[in-house]
Design a protein around this ligand. Structure first.
Ligand code: UT7
Length: 333
């Protein structure tokens, strides 16, 4: 019997129009463009503005674009996995909300929260539904409205994050392309260093939690940085080794965009030159679940069938991991 692999067959992204530049941030907190560029590599980010605009508003644009590109109807989608830490609501799932907005009436769906590693967790999870032959069209969305949980008086966090959405379609492949291998990891001890203090069942919202700013991202940046550098680099190297891939065999590294220095450390450990690393952190900052699919969408026209691509991420939890895939199509763009 021919082996079925799960392959990405379409990708699209969306970022909101409004930009928040380093020059804007210089007016809001005690920081400088030089500091932000030197420490993170970020120049600007996009922010979703307006009343009643949640993460699904961005996701719906990305999904609609993807369906148009692939030339299929919304009702052909079987499953929607929505990877996010900023869902529209605690419930129902943003997967259900975006399905309604786009008209994915035959799909079931759920949200997946693995912080910045969510998209690769979602990709691996989605691939299993394809590999078993159970489903034919699985949509994996990575999207976050980080501006909804960022304290714009905290210079250590507000400079990093931005809003954005990306989506990929997974379909069965019998040519040997698509997802080849993955390594996913987590360590709950990371909670102390990166979390949101209130708003969940442990500490529901009160006037006091709001007054104390406990609904914002809390991050001990230095510690997170240290773990991110070692874990993301190690896991990316490990997946190369276990698949007998040399740096020459790797066409592209698609790293989570949290900090340019973390990306460079990962590429160095893999021995992959900067010309083969997708980097757009300067324009979007850290869009959490959005970073990897946004990169894939921006680089899609340069990707060729059969190329070896490594996706890598690290995030809150802690969570981290790598996916090795063979690109499944030549872009018509
Ligand atoms: O994607 C999910 C996972 N998250 C990450 O991967 C983020 C990982 N962490 C980082 O990227 C970095 O730790 C940051 C970019 C958040 C911070 O950079 P850093 O080089 O680790 O700075 P730091 O926190 O060690 O702070 C160094 C100094 C401090 O001043 P003192 O104590 O040395 O006087 C900070 O108060 O820089 C100061 N500082 C700033 N100065 C100007 C912190 N933020 C700023 C700022 N502008 N925006």
């Amino acid at each position: 019997m021919t082996k079925i692999t799960a392959a990405i067959t379409a990708v699209a992204s969306y970022v909101p129009e409004t930009k928040l530049t380093n020059a804007d941030l210089e007016k809001m907190v005690d920081t400088t463009d030089d500091w932000i560029m030197a420490r993170t590599g970020i120049k600007e980010r996009h922010i979703l503005k307006g009343e009643n605009q949640g993460v699904t508003e961005m996701a719906k644009h990305a999904v609609q674009k993807l369906l148009d590109k692939r030339g299929i109807g919304a009702d052909e989608i079987d499953l929607v996995i929505f990877c996010t830490v900023t869902p529209d609501k605690v419930f129902p799932a943003s997967a259900n909300i975006v399905s309604r907005k786009v008209g994915m009436n035959n799909a079931f769906g759920y949200d997946l929260n693995a912080a910045c590693s969510g998209f690769i967790y979602g990709l691996v999870t989605g691939s299993k539904f394809i590999e078993t032959g159970s489903y034919k069209k699985v949509l994996v969305i990575g999207a976050d409205k980080m501006s909804s949980i960022i304290d714009y008086t905290d210079r250590a966090t507000c400079i990093i994050f931005g809003d954005g959405a990306g989506a990929v379609l997974l379909e069965p492949n019998t040519e040997g392309n698509g997802i080849q291998d993955s390594i996913l990891k987590s360590d709950g001890n990371g909670e102390a260093f990166l979390h949101q203090k209130a708003g969940g069942s442990e500490k529901p919202p009160t006037l006091e939690t709001i007054a104390n700013g406990e609904h914002y991202v809390y991050q001990e940046g230095k510690t997170v940085f240290k773990f991110a550098v070692s874990k993301m680099a190690d896991v990316s190297f490990e997946i190369m080794q276990r698949n007998q891939l040399t740096a020459d065999d790797v066409s592209w590294l698609v790293p989570h965009q949290a900090n340019l220095r973390i990306i460079e450390a990962t590429a160095n450990r893999m021995g992959v030159g900067k010309d083969k690393v997708m980097i757009n952190i300067d324009r979007y900052g850290n869009t959490t679940n959005g970073t990897i699919p946004i990169c894939l969408a921006e680089w899609e026209s340069r990707l060729n069938k059969g190329e070896n691509i490594i996706l890598s991420a690290f995030g809150g939890g802690f969570t981290w991991g790598s996916v090795y895939l063979k690109w499944a199509y030549d872009s018509e763009a």
